[in-house]
Design a protein around this ligand. Structure first.
Ligand SMILES: C[S@@+](CC[C@H](N)C(=O)[O-])C[C@H]1O[C@@H](n2cnc3c(N)ncnc32)[C@H](O)[C@@H]1O
Length: 284
């Protein structure tokens, strides 16, 4: 498979003449090396430089075999740094290289546009400077949990939130739909430096959920495998057990519906149909 390269930008500005060949392709390698697509591999092979934020050494090793010119941006997480600063540093590096004419491939674990602030920051800056940016999808944590938990978002609908934002935002929960809370392992971690929930994070989240769900409602702490061939970690707990649940930086909380969908029969008239007209749906 070959990758199309960008055409030089026909512009008089000095800036654009210097950067005409630069481009950024943002790709995701999924949660383990077996999730890498052929299209992603092709972009890695053809890049001048590959910037990596990968889940594990095996993925980095695989990427190095495709292209030896690898810079591990994951190292920017090390030390006593605020996560937001790290995301800015990652975005700055992508922008710097692409705006100096490099064909840059930035590879993140999972899907590179899902809960990844730095890729959106870099994209915005480069697009403002008319430097081409492309993002390819990757296999994300929710793609894995839909498979492992046999959960189809079509069945009841599905809400999906970042756990701390969910806790600190006023919103209505639809208990007739599934609820996915990302970064539950960091809920209430307000310093942006820690790698575990804030001291009262899980208790506060429980208190909020108790407004809509019964104490004995079952929910799942889910961790997809980060190596091929391994089983997922699936821990079913009740809501009252949530404050003392074991969570990690890769845990996602999945809460199944606690109520049935309520049929809005009166809206059939909006479609100008009757209940009988829905007979084709009976076996669904
Ligand atoms: C910064 S986000 C990155 C998400 C990633 N870009 C993706 O597409 O899945 C990190 C959060 O993703 C979820 N996550 C990451 N790895 C996971 C795994 N192996 N199993 C389940 N959830 C995971 C967790 O909610 C975690 O807190």
């Amino acid at each position: 498979m070959s990758v199309q390269t960008s055409q030089p930008n026909d512009t008089n500005s000095l800036k654009n003449s210097l950067t005409a060949q630069g481009r950024l392709t943002i790709v995701g390698c999924g949660l383990h090396p077996g999730h890498m697509t052929m299209e992603t591999e092709s972009h890695i092979k053809n890049a001048d430089i590959v910037l990596v934020v990968a889940p594990n050494p095996l993925s980095i090793q695989h990427i190095r075999q495709l292209n030896p010119n690898v810079e591990n941006l994951g190292l920017l997480y090390e030390g006593d740094v605020n996560r937001l600063q790290t995301y800015h540093l990652m975005a700055d590096r992508m922008v710097e290289l692409a705006s100096h004419g490099q064909n840059v491939c930035a590879i993140y674990y999972g899907h590179p546009g899902i809960f990844v602030l730095s890729t959106h920051m870099a994209r915005e800056q480069l697009e403002e400077a008319d430097i081409p940016v492309t993002m390819l999808p990757g296999i994300s944590a929710d793609a894995c949990l839909f498979a492992d938990l046999n959960l189809d978002p079509a069945t009841t609908g599905c809400q999906s939130y970042e756990a701390t934002q969910f806790l600190l935002s006023k919103r209505s929960i639809d208990t007739g739909a599934s609820l996915i809370l990302w970064q539950v392992g960091l809920v209430g971690e307000h310093t942006l430096k820690g790698q575990k929930p804030g001291k009262h994070g899980l208790a506060a989240l429980t208190k909020l959920l108790q407004q809509d769900y019964p104490d004995d409602h079952k929910m799942c702490i889910y961790e997809a495998p980060t190596l091929p061939g391994f089983a997922p970690h699936i821990d079913w707990i009740t809501l009252v057990e949530l404050p003392s649940a074991k969570v990690s930086s890769i845990s996602t909380l999945v809460i199944p519906p606690s109520s049935d969908l309520v049929f809005a029969k009166e809206r059939l008239t909006w479609l100008k149909i009757t209940n009988e007209d829905l007979s084709a749906w009976d076996d669904a």
